[in-house]
Ligand binder design. Structure first.
Ligand code: ADP
Ligand code: ZN
Length: 601
């Protein structure tokens, strides 16, 4: 097993559970595997496929996923193919013959095709195992239900002796049981690995207005120069405006949302996968089917509607296990809008509940990873050290006077205003509504002039979180003071607010900024990496990728490039010892990369 792992996958050791799962399949027993994205599910059926006699049938819901997997396998010298409606007849005929002659180790197939071929191709070949990828699609309870998946119960009736391995990254308890039942798995072993993704850093920025968001994003991208990332936005139009803003800065960016034609969407996805676009600005429509393993960061321009969506979206970063960054912007206006959507959704109760959990995450002042893991039913024993709360826990001050000013303004308007008018009153800004309603004659008009508007937005968010007022969503989002708000207003209680910290994003401030420390790579090696060599290797990889019309990360992963630029192998043999280099790639790419490294040394 270990030999096969190095030879075909390039690794020296298994990750937790992989070895046990593989043994289970090799012993011919059924299994269900729950592992987070990037956890290493593929090897769990690909390695047994290599070791068992015959061809493994892998059911996969999306053509793009099949394509990526097949390219990866072929790039390591493993014979694999995909049978789907995208192929032309000759292609399919060649594949069929290869299956019947037992020349293919893995055949990827869509569920429709699987059902159609049940009495034809499948009967004419020797099947080593069935792997059902994205197995949650089988359940109506899951979020990606596919009717064709629900018909796969026949497999075990027709092939009682062929083991089935079902794999998914998202399955709660009901879905899990549904998968076992519908596939008629026979005394299956269920493997559940931790859903923690320690390589993803977690950061939340609260109460930022558009201009600050823009600055922060540009800064963030500058720190990730040339690295792939996704910006998720709530609306289609927002994806367009954010993309235009980036384009103006000379950044290669593309847009993806459900309003585009299928061709446009495919093109956008393709540009991103092949690094012609560094960044994609997208709605939640983007992501399923993206196996690009070197997405280095994900930004949420707006608050997502649930922790499930959020976790799935940030999960698209760092599949290769290297450090990757996530950044979430959270503002009061997002919250108001999402609450409206949830209320109108027809499933108000559950959707509001989900939104509240998301809100709690964004507002937390305890380790954010603990909150995520506890949401998924895991308990963490330690703070993670890789979220903004862990890195920098908030300091508090006596904010009673600030809170009193805001609450008093709310009271004096008879609780008939929303947050933006409130900030105008506090700051003493004149506008039409203010003058019409004569709010400028209130005693509180302008009492908060010394606090910038953006800070008021932040304090109001904190006050909401502390329960000093509520938002009446059914009354134009007007603010209503609660009992504990009254206690602060009338001096019966003190209010502790968190000090607002902002990075200095002005040109002057930036100069003063300490340089960004080199990210420690978890490679078990001293970090003596040469940036110049890394860039040269990346360029060479890109050239090779273009020659073969393959995405760069399929040629060699980012992790391999880092390892190369640190350990600088000077012979092809040494090159082959690098983790992630398979036998096939050693022979195919060794010389060119070693030549480049030699020249560099
Ligand atoms: P999943 O399908 O669970 O999202 P993949 O199977 O695509 O994850 O694996 C994610 C990444 O981890 C891939 O780049 C893969 O090569 C790598 N990987 C898998 N198993 C190992 C291992 N034992 N050692 C090192 N890297 C591994
Ligand atoms: Zn933490």
């Amino acid at each position: 097993m270990i030999q096969t792992l190095k030879r075909y996958f390039g690794y020296e050791s298994f990750r937790p559970l992989q070895e046990e799962i593989i043994r289970t399949v090799l012993n011919g027993r059924d299994s269900l595997v729950l592992m987070p994205t990037g956890g290493g599910k593929s090897i769990c059926y690909q390695l047994p496929a290599l070791l068992r006699k015959g061809t493994a049938i892998v059911v996969s819901p999306l053509i793009s996923l099949m394509k990526d997997q097949v390219e990866t396998l072929c790039a390591n010298g493993i014979s694999a193919g995909a049978l789907n409606s995208n192929n032309d007849e000759t292609e399919n005929a060649v594949l069929r013959r290869a299956c019947m002659e037992g020349k293919l180790k893995l055949l990827y197939i869509s569920p429709e095709k699987l059902i159609a071929e049940a009495n034809f191709l499948l009967r004419d070949m020797h099947i080593s195992l069935f792997a059902i990828d994205e197995a949650h699609c089988i359940s109506q309870w899951g979020h990606d239900f596919r009717p064709e998946y629900a018909q796969m119960g026949f497999l075990h009736e027709v092939y009682p002796d062929v083991p089935i391995i079902a794999l998914t990254a998202t399955a709660d308890k009901i879905t899990r049981e549904d998968i076992l039942k519908q596939l008629h798995l026979n005394q299956p072993r269920v493997f559940i690995s931790s859903f923690d993704r320690p390589n993803l850093s977690l950061t939340v920025k609260r109460g930022y207005q558009q201009r600050e968001k823009t600055k922060t994003i540009l800064d963030f991208i500058a720190r990730h120069s040339g690295e792939s990332g996704i910006i998720y936005c709530m609306s289609r139009s927002k994806t367009e405006t954010v993309a235009q803003m980036l384009q103006k800065q000379g950044i290669r960016v593309t847009v993806y949302h459900a309003g585009l034609s299928p061709t446009q969407r495919n093109e956008a996805q393709d540009d991103f996968i092949n690094d012609r676009a560094q960044i994609v600005c997208a709605t939640i429509a983007f992501g399923m089917g993206i196996d690009k393993n070197n997405v280095r960061w994900v930004i949420h321009y707006n608050l997502p509607k649930s922790i499930e969506s959020f976790y799935q979206e940030i999960g698209r970063a760092g599949r290769d296990g290297l450090p990757s960054d996530t950044l979430l912007f959270y503002s009061l206006s997002d919250l108001i809008l999402l609450t409206k959507f949830a209320t109108e959704s027809g499933q108000t109760g559950i959707n509001l509940e989900k939104l509240q959990r998301m809100q709690q995450y964004a507002e937390a002042d305890i380790c954010r990873r603990r909150i995520l893991l506890s949401y998924f039913g895991e308990t963490a024993t330690n703070d993670c050290g890789n979220c903004d709360v862990c890195r920098n826990s908030p300091q508090r001050f006596d904010g009673t006077v600030i809170v009193q000013k805001a609450l008093s303004a709310i009271v004096r308007t008879e609780q008939q205003i929303g947050t933006s008018v409130l900030v105008d009153i506090l700051r003493g800004n004149m506008n039409q509504e203010i003058s019409e309603k004569r709010y400028h004659q209130l005693k509180t008009f302008g009492v908060g002039r010394e606090v910038p508007a953006r800070d008021w937005q932040d304090y109001l968010l904190q006050m909401l979180q502390l329960g000093y007022f509520e938002i009446a969503y059914n009354e134009n989002n007007h603010l209503k003071i609660t009992n504990s708000g009254s206690d602060v207003l009338f001096g019966r209680a003190q209010a502790r607010l968190a000090i607002i910290r902002r990075e200095d994003t002005t040109a002057k401030g930036r100069k003063k900024e300490t340089p960004i420390p080199v990210r420690e790579l978890p490679l078990g090696l001293p970090n003596t990496e040469s940036k110049a060599l890394f860039e040269a290797l990346r360029e060479l990889r890109k050239r090779m990728a273009d020659l073969e019309a393959l995405p760069a990360y399929i040629i060699l992963s980012d992790k391999v490039l880092h390892l190369l630029s640190i350990s600088r192998p000077a012979t092809i043999e040494e090159f082959g010892k690098i983790s992630g280099i398979t036998e096939y790639k050693k022979k195919k790419y060794g010389k060119e990369f070693v030549d480049l490294i030699r020249k560099f040394i």
